[in-house]
Design a protein around this ligand. Structure first.
Ligand code: GAP
Length: 451
C-alpha cells in the first residue's frame, strides 16, 4: 500500500464509519479542528483509560488533577510562553499566504543550511518573501466584558502548568513524600500556522501529561524508569517496537526549560514524527512560579529538615497523536475468501466495539429471537457490543472488520439444536464453534486477559 494513500484511506474510513469528522463541517469546516464521532470517542476513551490506569491508578505515587483551561495570564508569563512560545512565520508578498518557515525550508546543498524556497509553494511566484517574524501560538481571549490589557487570558497551550500551579495544593492536602507526580488529561490549544496531517497537528487537541517531582540527584533514574514505562504502555495499546523510535533531542532543539528530552517518534504515513516527549524540566517551572507569584512552592523534608525546590520529569503524551498512530498501525488491507478487505487490527482491549452478534438469517424469527437473547446476556458483562441483522452475513463481517471488532458471534440453525454458536476471529476470518455458556469467559479472556 502506498504510504501517501494510506492517510487518505484512514481519514475516509474515520469519516464513513463514525470515528472522526472534520470540525464544523456543514459550515465549510474550521482548519485544525476535528470532532470525534461515537466510535472515535470510544477508542479515545479506551486509550485514555488505559493511560490513566497504568500511570495513575496502578501506582501509589500519582495524584490526578483537572485544572481549568483558562488560567491567569501571569502563569504564561512565568512559564515563558508569552515571551517565547512562537513559531517562525513567513508571508508571501504576492499571494499573502502565511507559512511556518521551518515547514517549507529546505537544506541548501552547498552550505547545508535551511533556506526558504525560491518560489512560493502557493502561487509559485519567485523571490517574494516578507521578512520572517515570530508568531505566538497561544490563543488569546478576554475575561469578562472589558477588552483591555488587564483582562487578557489564554487558552492553555499545555496542561503542564495546571499541575505546577497546584503543586502546593496537593502538598498541603495529601502531604506526599518525594518522589511523586501529578497527572492530568485535558484539552490544549495552539494556533498552529499550518495545521495538517489529520489529527497529528491540530489547533485543539488533548494531552496526557505527568509532572513528576524528585530530588535533583534522582532525576536520571526516574527518567530511565519512565522511558521504559512509556514503551510498555505504547505496546499495551498496540504500538510495537518496530514502529516507535527514540530520538535524543539535541540541546539546540530542546525547549527552553529542558536539560534532556527524548522524543518518541512513530512511523506515520507522512514520515517519522514525534508521538510524545519525555523531558527533564529541572526546577525551571516551580522556580519561575515562585519568582513570579511569591508563593512558597518549596518542599520540606521532615527527616533531613531541608527545604528545596524539587526537580521535574515530564512525560507528555499527545492523545490525538496516539489515536492516529494506533489507527495507522491497525489499518490493514488483505484478501479473505478471494475478496479484498480492509480491517483494523486493533488490540481487543482498545477496540471500540468488542463483540457483534448476528442471527444467520434475518427472516427466521427463531434465529433472531435466540440471537437477541445471546446479545442481551453478553451485554450484561461485555460492552460495547452490537447486534446486526442487516444485509448478508459476509457484509456484516466486513462492516465489523472495518471498525476493528475482534469477535463476531453468529447464531445459526445448529444453535437451536445444541446451544452452540460460531465465533469468528477478525484477523484470520476463522470461525470456531463454542457453547453459549463458554462465550463470556472466552471473550473476556481475549479482551482483558481475564475470565
Ligand atoms: N508540556 C510539554 C509539551 O506540551 P510539546 O512537545 O509541545 O510539550 C507534547 O507537546 C505533546 O503534545 C507532543 O508530543 C504531541 O504529542 C502533542 N501535541 C503538540 N502539539 C500538537 C498539535 N498541534 N496537535 C496534536 N498534538 C500535539
Amino acid at each position: 500500500m502506498q504510504e501517501s494513500n494510506k492517510l487518505e484511506k484512514i481519514i475516509s474510513l474515520c469519516k464513513r464509519r463514525g470515528f472522526v469528522f472534520p470540525g464544523s463541517e456543514i459550515y465549510g469546516g474550521l482548519a485544525g479542528t476535528w470532532d470525534y464521532g461515537p466510535l472515535g470517542l470510544t477508542l479515545k476513551n479506551n486509550i485514555k483509560n488505559s493511560w490513566w490506569k497504568k500511570f495513575v491508578e496502578e501506582r501509589d505515587d500519582m495524584y490526578g488533577v483537572d485544572a481549568a483551561i483558562l488560567m491567569n495570564a501571569k502563569v504564561w508569563e512565568a512559564s515563558g510562553h508569552v515571551a517565547g512560545f512562537s513559531d517562525p512565520l513567513v508571508e508571501c508578498k504576492n499571494c499573502h499566504k502565511k507559512f511556518r518557515a521551518d515547514h517549507i525550508s529546505e537544506g541548501n546543498t552547498e552550505t547545508g543550511k535551511l533556506e526558504l524556497p525560491k518560489e512560493c509553494p502557493e502561487c509559485g511566484k519567485f523571490g517574494t518573501w516578507l521578512p520572517e517574524s515570530k508568531f505566538n501560538m497561544m490563543f488569546k481571549t478576554n475575561i469578562g466584558p472589558v477588552e483591555d490589557k488587564s483582562s487578557v487570558s489564554y487558552l492553555r497551550p499545555e496542561t503542564a502548568q495546571g499541575m505546577f500551579v497546584n503543586f502546593k495544593n496537593v502538598i498541603d492536602s495529601f502531604h506526599p513524600h518525594l518522589p511523586f507526580g501529578l497527572a492530568q488529561i485535558g484539552k490544549a490549544f495552539r494556533n498552529e500556522i499550518s495545521p495538517r496531517d489529520f489529527l497529528f497537528r491540530a489547533r485543539e487537541f488533548e494531552q496526557m501529561e505527568i509532572e513528576y517531582f524528585t530530588r535533583e540527584s534522582e532525576w536520571k533514574k526516574i527518567f530511565e524508569n519512565f522511558r521504559a514505562e512509556i514503551l510498555k504502555w505504547l505496546s499495551d495499546i498496540g504500538l510495537g517496537k518496530g514502529s516507535v523510535h527514540e530520538l535524543e533531542v539535541p540541546a539546540e532543539d530542546r525547549a527552553h526549560y529542558s536539560k534532556r528530552t527524548i522524543d518518541f517518534e512513530f512511523d506515520y504515513p507522512f514520515g517519522r514524527k514525534e508521538l510524545l516527549g519525555l523531558a527533564y524540566r529541572t526546577d525551571f517551572d516551580l522556580s519561575a512560579h515562585i519568582n513570579k507569584s511569591g508563593a512558597d512552592l518549596l518542599y520540606y523534608d521532615e527527616e533531613t529538615k531541608e527545604r528545596f525546590t524539587p526537580h521535574c520529569i515530564e512525560p507528555s503524551f499527545g492523545l490525538d497523536r496516539a489515536i492516529l498512530a494506533v489507527l495507522c498501525e491497525a489499518y490493514t488491507e488483505d484478501e479473505l475468501g478471494g475478496e479484498a478487505r480492509v480491517f483494523l487490527k486493533l488490540k481487543p482491549s482498545i477496540a471500540p466495539v468488542k463483540v457483534a452478534v448476528f442471527p444467520l438469517l434475518k427472516n427466521k424469527p427463531e434465529l433472531v429471537n435466540k440471537a437477541r437473547k445471546v446479545f442481551a446476556e453478553l451485554k450484561k458483562e461485555i460492552r460495547p457490543i452490537v447486534f446486526d441483522d442487516n444485509g448478508n452475513i459476509g457484509k456484516r463481517y466486513r462492516r465489523q472488520d472495518e471498525i476493528g471488532t475482534p469477535f463476531c458471534v453468529t447464531i445459526d440453525f445448529d444453535t437451536l439444536e445444541n446451544d452452540t454458536v460460531t465465533v469468528r476471529d477478525r484477523d484470520i476470518g476463522k470461525q470456531e464453534r463454542y457453547k453459549i455458556s463458554e462465550l463470556e469467559s472466552l471473550i473476556k479472556k481475549n479482551i482483558y486477559g481475564r475470565k
